[in-house]
Design a protein around this ligand. Structure first.
Ligand code: UFG
Length: 336
């Protein structure tokens, strides 16, 4: 999906992925949608030699770094893996970028870095704290990027803090197909809709929210992809300004929220999914999940002011596109 958005915006792209939680079929479908083959290299960000070869063979403007593992439960069970892939992998990537004088980076961070927020909406200056290894490693990488920006002012490092991404490409051809057990709210709702699960278990109806259920800032993945394009465009504009004025004004470390700025409760999402799919979503309340935050939504002002970006799509679009992707691809990318 990100490739489609970048292609439409006029960027030439090279995809580098170890396919540990994705499929080559996704690349085939992107190529089909954009009408030309996407340059794809299978590799791991921890493999410096492989990265060096690619950086030597191309003249890159920048890197969008999505190569992180992202399951909270797995990060608790396998903390070393998260240090190794998410932290060491990022360091290796940054070292290779530095060696090749590629200093523009857009990093996938997460609203998880805010932990339990002191106030809402959450803006980028809010206190950061995390309780699980996944979130802590996102924060570790943010600290690394901050230190790097202080050490050398030629780096331009944007950390995009995603709120709750959902949805799929509107064509129904590209969507999330995790190799592990899906564990976010939308995947559970879908599994109930298609009868794989009897009912949705809702964690708590006594939160201090509109209807007692948890509130999140759900953002369509298409909007998220456009947010990355806007971040790259911003870096590109800064580079042009520097070239024109022959000065060096670096972006440094720049954290930016990608959210809609609106909170939606679990029950509101269930109701929207029912409207779109026509499928009943039986549910049952249970105790609140350990460590769950009652309410979290973004201040999206910084993205609008600096990047000229704001989310356009609605909860109904997120449900519609998830439903289309899942209905067209009941086995994900496993087409055989
Ligand atoms: N929920 C249910 N039932 C479910 C699943 C979720 O009621 O079966 C509720 C949760 O209690 C919460 C809301 O739905 O109120 C959203 O839960 P998710 O697990 O979908 O999302 P979270 O915001 O809790 O966590 C997500 C990711 C994490 C990531 C975090 C911060 O799942 O991996 O956002 O980015 F760390």
């Amino acid at each position: 999906m990100q490739c489609n958005a970048l292609h439409e915006a006029g960027y030439d792209i090279v995809v580098y992925d170890n396919l540990s939680n994705s499929s080559h079929e996704a690349i085939n479908r992107v190529s089909m949608l954009i009408g030309q083959p996407v340059e794809f290299i299978k590799g791991d960000i921890r493999d410096a030699e492989s990265l060096k070869k690619i950086f030597s063979a191309h003249h890159f403007f920048g890197v969008i770094h999505f190569a992180g593992l992202k399951a909270v439960g797995e990060s608790v069970a396998k903390p070393l893996l998260y240090y190794n892939n998410n932290v060491s992998g990022t360091i290796t990537l940054l070292e290779v970028m530095k060696e090749h004088s590629v200093k523009n980076l857009v990093f996938s961070s997460s609203a998880t870095v805010y932990g339990d927020p002191e106030s809402l909406p959450i803006d980028e200056s809010s206190k950061r704290s995390c309780t699980n290894p996944y979130g802590q490693r996102k924060l570790t990488v943010e600290h690394i990027l901050e230190d790097l920006a202080v050490s050398d002012d030629s780096w331009n490092l944007i950390a995009l803090r995603y709120f709750n991404p959902v949805g799929a490409h509107p064509s129904g051809e590209i969507g999330e197909d995790p190799n592990d057990i899906p564990n976010n709210l939308m995947s559970y709702i879908f599994q109930v809709a298609v009868g794989k699960l009897d009912k949705l278990i809702i964690f708590g109806n006594d939160c201090p929210t509109v209807d007692g259920t948890g509130v999140r800032d759900f953002i369509h993945v298409t909007d998220l992809a456009q947010g990355h394009v806007a971040a790259l465009n911003y870096l590109d504009k800064q580079a042009s300004l520097n070239e024109d004025s022959m000065t060096q004004n670096s972006v440094g470390f720049l954290p930016i929220n990608l959210g809609t700025g609106k909170g939606t409760s679990v029950l509101e999402l269930v109701s929207a999914f029912l409207d779109v799919s026509g499928q009943a979503i039986p549910y049952q309340f249970t105790d609140r999940r350990a460590g769950d935050i009652a309410s979290r939504y973004a201040s999206a002002d910084k993205a609008k002011t600096l990047l000229g970006w704001q989310a356009e799509l609605l909860i109904t679009d997120m449900c519609q596109d998830t439903w289309r992707w899942q209905s067209m691809n009941p086995n994900g990318y496993n087409v055989s």
